[in-house]
Design a protein. Structure first.
Lengths: 130, 499
């Protein structure tokens, strides 16, 4: 289809579904150019790289996604909470373990029993729900 | 009808379950507000999914109580450890911490509590009077007026202090673009779904807000784990003396008006209000040289303004469906989820519920006054909780909150993705409130533009020819250009002073 054959942007009384998103992307592009000019005029100071804990925390979010998708959401939550406490400086392994297990158990039972929310199927929930 | 509404407002006092809910939520809100990094917006975003099973009045009461109590509570850590618990308390650090350093932390907190309460109650009274009046005006609004009003709301993002005008506008437009994801409401054409039918109805607000505010804050907190807070001890909170009242009463009254007005403007909110309240307190003070060294007027001006903005921000949120701040953007989502569609009809068909919410906000202001006077020292101790224990719990509640909406894991994954996006936004100097406001206004912008074009047979130039629409569009232009005009004027003034 050529440009001439393409459906006009405003047809009859209204506009095509693609018009508004295209307009928004054009506005973002213009603002981007303005931002580049602003930064060239007043350069931003050099930023340091993120500390290792931030990369590790982002990695733990990815790990949560993988564990929740392929194993079990609750298992993912326990593991990621525990590892996050350790990465963030908690030296008492037993405290991190109790926090991860206790919080997850509290959330699971309060959601399941009080709010009647069913958790997604996985290793543990298959055994619990049957 | 007015008598029924006022009856509903006062009926809050006779409902023990609601009073207990307000009390518990006020404690939660003070804890959330006192913890650096959490704040009213993140707290409301985290709690929103857990209100889904509540009665609408109770649910909105939870969200508004978190809003008012967390806004006050940011002053606790601002005064005691020179780190604002919320962005709205940043101005309080300037004079609150110096007061604490010279042994007057109790006095500073007492002034903050009193000023916040007066500001909050003043704005609730204005809200109860102004909102129904504005609703009557809003009955005259048609699609062109609503379209121009949403453009004005988005344009005001330019003047939010965090981020800078261009970045804030980019964030707002990005948020509006996010709202186009999914099937077009009119034609059913799929947009930006990339074959994923989980996105057919677009992005759910709650997972996006949880990701943007809570999960991104988790990543931000991970960058400052080595930061040590110098803590100042305090014996007890002291009510201001008569001499203090004589010093601060003008600043408090002025800031009540400033904060309420700023709150009513779309997208501004408590942070902008507190900074303007502080600077006006300094400008009108007889002793401006004391500011920055422990001026009680500085604490009073900032705190009265930020809590006054809470009621003001609810006016456009309830009447027009345009958030007055980042937190009211979350509250707006709560209203929609609970069937309280903002707009003039809310004030005719469900006015008792609206006034019950006003009554609950009034009670919440009184509750945090009492808790602030007697328990601020206790709440300050929450900052001793190691972040390695606190933030994994926040992650757990974020995940559960995102999941509980539709019980779909795709919402959890969306929250995680927006957590990373939110972190990157903040890393490169973009504020997040504009994205949230843009996302919520996005559908309103497009729908009203579509309906306006239908009204005028595709002649889009008829939109700015409607008087009210033209007014809002002119205000939008002023809103976008305001940072540049003010910058030019201040540079000219500085150049003249140098001469």
């Amino acid at each position: 289809m050529t440009l001439e054959e393409a459906i006009p942007l405003i047809v009859g009384h209204s506009m095509q579904p693609r018009v508004f998103p295209i307009f928004l992307m054009a506005v973002i592009a213009v603002l981007n150019v303005a931002l580049i000019f602003q930064i060239v005029r007043s350069p931003v100071s050099r930023r340091d790289w993120e500390p290792i804990q931030t990369w590790a925390s982002a990695g733990l979010l990815l790990l949560f996604f993988l564990l929740a998708k392929y194993i079990d959401t609750l298992v993912a939550l326990v593991i990621v909470m525990f590892m996050m406490s350790i990465v963030w400086g908690e030296r008492r392994i037993w405290v991190a373990a109790i926090l991860a297990l206790g919080t997850t158990a509290f959330i699971f039972f309060s959601f399941d029993q009080i709010l009647q929310v069913r958790f997604p199927r996985g290793l543990l929930t298959d055994a619990y729900y049957g | 009808m007015l008598t029924d509404a006022l009856g509903a407002m006062f009926s809050v006092l006779g409902d023990p379950s609601l009073l207990l809910l307000i009390f518990i939520t006020t404690i939660g809100g003070v804890i959330i507000g006192a913890l650096p990094g959490l704040g009213a917006t993140t707290g409301a975003a985290l709690l929103l999914p857990f209100t889904l099973t509540m009665d609408p009045v109770h649910a909105i009461t939870v969200l508004t109580t978190i809003y008012v109590s967390a806004t006050f509570a940011g002053s606790i850590t601002a005064i005691l450890i020179n780190t604002p618990g919320t962005a709205a308390a940043a101005a309080t650090c300037l004079d609150g911490y110096p007061l604490a350093q010279r042994g007057e932390a109790g006095r500073a907190l007492g002034i903050a509590v009193v000023a916040s309460t007066i500001g909050g109650i003043f704005s609730v009274v204005v809200l109860a009077i102004a909102a129904p009046l504005l609703a009557r005006v809003a009955y005259e609004f048609r699609p062109p007026e609503y379209f121009a009003l949403t453009i004005f709301g988005l344009a005001m993002l330019a003047s939010i202090s965090q981020g800078g005008a261009i970045r804030n506008l980019m964030g707002g437009v990005f948020g509006v673009w996010l709202a186009t994801i999914g099937a077009d409401a009119t034609t059913g054409v799929e947009r930006f779904m990339f074959g994923n039918y989980d996105l057919y109805e677009g992005l759910n607000f709650i997972p996006v807000l949880v990701g943007l505010f809570a999960i991104s804050e988790l990543l931000v907190q991970s960058t400052t784990l080595n930061q040590v807070f110098e803590r100042i001890s305090m014996k007890a909170v002291k009510l201001p003396t008569m001499a203090d009242y004589r010093k601060i009463w003008k600043a408090v009254l002025r800031s009540c008006g400033i904060g309420t007005f700023i709150g009513i403007l779309p997208a501004e909110g408590a942070t902008v209000a507190s900074m303007i309240g502080y600077s006006e307190a300094k400008r009108w003070s007889k002793t401006p040289e004391e500011f920055g060294k422990g001026a009680v007027e500085g604490v009073a001006g900032a705190e009265a303004a930020n809590n006054a903005a809470t009621g003001g921000a609810m006016v456009p949120t309830l009447v027009l469906g345009i958030p007055g701040s980042g937190t009211t953007a979350v509250i707006l989502v709560g209203l929609l989820v609970h069937g309280l569609r903002p707009g003039p009809h809310l004030f005719t068909e469900q006015i008792e519920k609206v006034y019950a919410i006003f009554g609950a906000m009034f009670v919440a202001n009184v509750m945090f006054f009492i808790l602030g006077l007697f328990a601020a020292k206790l709440f300050a101790r929450v900052t001793l909780v190691p972040r390695g224990m606190l933030w994994p719990v926040v992650l757990a509640f974020s995940v559960l909150g995102a999941y509980s909406l539709d019980q779909a894991m795709v919402d959890v994954y969306i929250a995680l993705i927006f957590g990373v996006i939110g972190y990157l936004f903040r890393r490169f100097g973009f504020a997040l409130a504009p994205v949230a406001i843009g996302l919520i206004l996005g559908e309103m912008v497009e729908t009203n533009l579509q309906n306006s074009l239908k009204m005028f047979d595709g002649q889009w130039w008829m939109i700015p020819m409607q008087p009210l629409a033209a007014l809002f569009l002119v205000l939008a232009v002023l809103g976008i250009s305001q940072p540049y005009i003010l910058g030019y004027l201040s540079r000219r003034k500085a150049a003249q002073q140098q001469k």
